[in-house]
Design a protein around this ligand. Structure first.
Ligand code: ATP
Length: 248
């Protein structure tokens, strides 16, 4: 388990300042939310952390500085992300989709095993699927499971490499309220089992109902930071993002 710390992170796209001098921490073992209106810079922040865009500033995973490393080396160091689109492989089973997230030699070995035996015979894979409630659908194709389960498959694919810190980009997109609540419970479990999570999300119920801490971006800058209760009642956040009424 590790913390994530960003120091003075900035990204520009031509004349657009997508991120301006953002410094924030994601404390070890927490589920931390990152919210803000459309265009606030949330995805750009994930891109900057993982090396998908050129950025100025510093990125630390625990004591280790990562911002001079290529994206694949940041992932190997323990900083793993998901993307807004789930991009599951339709012709691979749930278990096979998750297996694609395992790097290196283990991945090759699993492919051979999955051809010959049920996924339940690979304990690491089976345990992860079980922890997310996916063991009953492990050998089905993604098209045969619910949208909520597909979101959990994408989560499992990121977790299979056992990241120290996991960055999630809108994992609740397209989920109904029940599925979003289930995702929230699963994310709490992920933290309890030792992964620090930064959650970018528009689903306020998911963020405010489950996160330990929340950072708010607006216009590429950090607008607020605090517990869900503090952020929920922060006038600047209400004005800039949540609108007149506080979310219930
Ligand atoms: N590749 C790019 N080229 C030019 N401008 C970009 C690029 N990517 C993002 N931007 C701009 O940077 C700003 C931040 O975008 P970003 O996607 O990070 O916001 P966001 O908070 O993730 O928004 P959303 O909630 O809609 O996903 C926006 O003004 C956006 O138009």
């Amino acid at each position: 388990m590790s913390s994530l710390a960003l120091r003075d992170l900035s990204v520009t796209f031509g004349g657009v300042r997508a991120l301006e001098g953002v410094s924030l921490e994601v404390a070890e073992g927490t589920l931390t939310g990152l919210i803000g209106p459309n265009g606030a810079g949330k995805t750009t922040l994930l891109d900057a952390c993982t090396g998908y865009v050129a950025a100025r500033g510093e990125v630390y995973l625990g004591d280790r500085r990562l911002d001079n490393l290529a994206p694949y080396r940041r992932a190997r160091a323990g900083l793993v992300r998901t993307f807004q689109s789930l991009d599951l492989f339709d012709d691979l089973t749930v278990a096979e989709n998750v297996a694609t997230g395992m790097p290196g030699e283990t991945n090759r070995r699993w492919w051979h095993q999955l051809r010959r035996m049920p996924s339940a015979d690979i304990p690491v894979l089976h345990d992860l699927l079980g922890s997310l409630g996916l063991d009953g659908v492990a050998d089905l194709l993604p098209g045969a499971v619910s949208q909520g389960q597909r979101a959990l498959v994408a989560l499992a694919r990121a977790l299979i490499a056992r990241p120290d810190v996991l960055l999630l980009d809108e994992p609740a997109a397209g989920l109904d309220t029940h599925e979003s609540e289930e995702l929230g419970r699963r994310l709490r479990g992920v933290c309890e089992r030792g992964t620090t999570v930064l959650l970018v999300e528009h689903d306020m119920g998911l963020v405010l109902g489950n996160c330990d801490h929340v950072h708010v971006l607006d216009g590429g800058k950090q607008l607020a930071s605090g517990t869900p209760a503090e952020v929920r009642s922060d006038p600047a956040v209400l004005a800039a993002y949540l609108g007149e009424g506080s979310p219930s």
